[in-house]
Design a protein around this ligand. Structure first.
Ligand SMILES: Cc1cc2nc3c(=O)[nH]c(=O)nc-3n(C[C@H](O)[C@H](O)[C@H](O)COP(=O)(O)OP(=O)(O)OC[C@H]3O[C@@H](n4cnc5c(N)ncnc54)[C@H](O)[C@@H]3O)c2cc1C
Length: 258
């Protein structure tokens, strides 16, 4: 049985208010778009000089006239997940489709990100941990110059370094998740967890490929896939540059100039 599927889609479109809202525009690179039944769409609902205070979220059925989804292919990694491009041409929705408060959609989206970024941090930790375990096994098995390569200081040090970084990333991610369980969402911590864990995932998978030597470069080995899968964690759900901006903003708020 096909299950309804919901995803968050962010875009800025000007919609007009008549009897209903009319959405026009496009948004590319949307996770699960080809299999989703509904989309959450962030729309510009008023034309003001403060766009972030005049955006609203609407839920849109994929069967709505004027909505077209195109599947995108050729992604570097996370090929187990489908990605699409969505086009809106005079798509009509009513006030009943509004999610949350009118003109508060941007703020609702930030609330969503404060939680969803932890999921990406966890994805990064998992990818890094998997790469570490595979590389550790290989380093103890593969022999060069008559000994397992793990005995070479440079290989052993790489493993020790990434294991340490993964543990730090995991703890940061757990702390951010724990704060949510306590009902205290800390967006700075969430951004820190995503920023740090995603960098660790890229570094750890890079080290794993290096430890595999030439085989690491071949698609037959899992580290090649982990290396490609890791990169997106620095890009989606807000790039690392955007996480740094968010962290800085919170730092300045917490420690204003005296
Ligand atoms: C596989 C995949 C799945 C995705 N799924 C979704 C989804 O489901 N929903 C969704 O809404 N989006 C999704 N995205 C889009 C993703 O969130 C964006 O690609 C990402 O936020 C970066 O935006 P951009 O591509 O427009 O890059 P740009 O904004 O063009 O940025 C280009 C570069 O400039 C930097 N940059 C931009 N602005 C600043 C700034 N103010 N200060 C410093 N540096 C800056 C960026 O960090 C980046 O390095 C997905 C992307 C990918 C690759």
């Amino acid at each position: 049985m096909e299950k309804p599927f919901l995803l968050l889609l962010l875009l800025s479109l000007l919609v007009e208010h008549g009897d209903e809202w009319t959405i026009n525009g496009e948004k590319t690179l949307i996770t699960n778009a080809p299999v989703a039944d509904f989309f959450i769409v962030l729309c510009q609902t008023e034309s003001t000089d403060k766009p972030r205070k005049s955006q609203s979220l609407f839920i849109v059925d994929k069967k709505t006239e004027g909505l077209t989804v195109t599947k995108l292919s050729n992604k570097m990694g996370i090929r187990c997940v489908t990605t699409g491009h969505i086009s809106f041409k005079d798509v009509k929705v009513s006030d009943k489709n509004l999610v949350g408060e009118m003109n508060n959609g941007f703020s609702h989206s930030l609330d969503f990100f404060a939680v969803s970024r932890i999921a990406i941090a966890a994805q990064a930790v998992g990818t890094a941990q998997g790469a570490l375990e595979i590389a550790l096994e290989y380093a103890q098995t593969r022999e060069s110059s008559g000994q397992p390569i793990v005995r070479f200081q440079q290989i052993g040090a790489k493993l020790a370094q990434i294991a340490t970084e993964i543990e730090a990333a995991r703890l940061l991610t757990y702390k951010a998740a724990w704060m949510i369980d306590q009902g205290k969402i800390d967006s700075m911590l969430t951004s820190m967890a995503k920023l740090y864990a995603s960098r660790v995932a890229v570094r750890a998978t890079d080290a794993a490929v290096q430890i595999f030597g030439g085989y690491g470069y071949m698609g037959d080995y899992k580290v090649e896939r982990a290396y490609r899968d890791a990169k997106v964690t620095e890009i989606y759900e807000g790039t690392s540059e955007i996480q740094r901006l968010a962290i800085l903003k919170q730092l300045i708020k917490t420690y204003p100039k005296s």
